[in-house]
Write a protein that binds this ligand. Structure first.
Ligand code: MG
Length: 177
């Protein structure tokens, strides 16, 4: 019988390994979340961004999206798809949009703010997102069509989560006064 159910610790570990295999570290994602929130709040801490990325990577919905998206990219690199979809994904066609659906679904976990934060990262392509995008678009055999959106959306979700935690802490302080 094949294994279908994974604990949160297992999902976090498997996601971290999968991202690493594809050239992305937790820190690469956390730094995007940090820089995004730092624009609004100078009290943001990098360790909270790292912790948020790790938490998000342990969620079942995210597990399925990361694992599937990374495998699609890998299979495209191996030219394993038949028909027009192979070239459409390999060329990272601008009007394809299914990769953005993966990103939006991840960002949606953190509501409207999560989605607008994803939009910001999708347009401005900070750090590792730009690297993946360029590597995927270059004449190399690399494909990051799904991964760049997944990584950008996890960063957006982490950034939003950090802002929510900060708001909770502020409320707790005010309630003590
Ligand atoms: Mg993409």
């Amino acid at each position: 019988m094949s294994k279908l159910y994974y604990s949160r610790e297992e999902m976090q570990r498997l996601n971290t390994e999968k991202l690493q295999e594809r050239g992305v570290s937790i820190n690469d994602i956390a730094i995007i979340a940090y820089n995004q929130q730092y624009r609004y709040n100078k009290d943001i801490k990098m360790e909270d961004c790292v912790e948020s990325v790790q938490k998000i990577l342990s969620l079942r919905d995210i597990f399925h999206l990361v694992q599937l998206g990374a495998e699609i990219d890998r299979l495209v690199e191996e030219k394993a798809f038949k028909g027009p979809i192979q070239d459409i994904i390999a060329s990272d066609l601008g009007v394809f949009g299914i990769d953005e659906i993966f990103g939006l679904d991840i960002a949606r976990l953190y509501g409207a703010i999560g989605q607008t934060n994803f939009g910001d990262i999708d347009v401005n392509k900070p750090g590792i997102v730009a690297k993946l995008n360029e590597e995927g678009k270059a004449a190399s055999a690399k494909c990051h069509t799904f991964l760049d959106d997944i990584v950008g959306a996890i960063a957006a979700a982490a950034s939003t989560r950090v802002a929510q935690i900060w708001s909770e802490d502020e409320a707790a302080k005010l309630n003590k006064e």
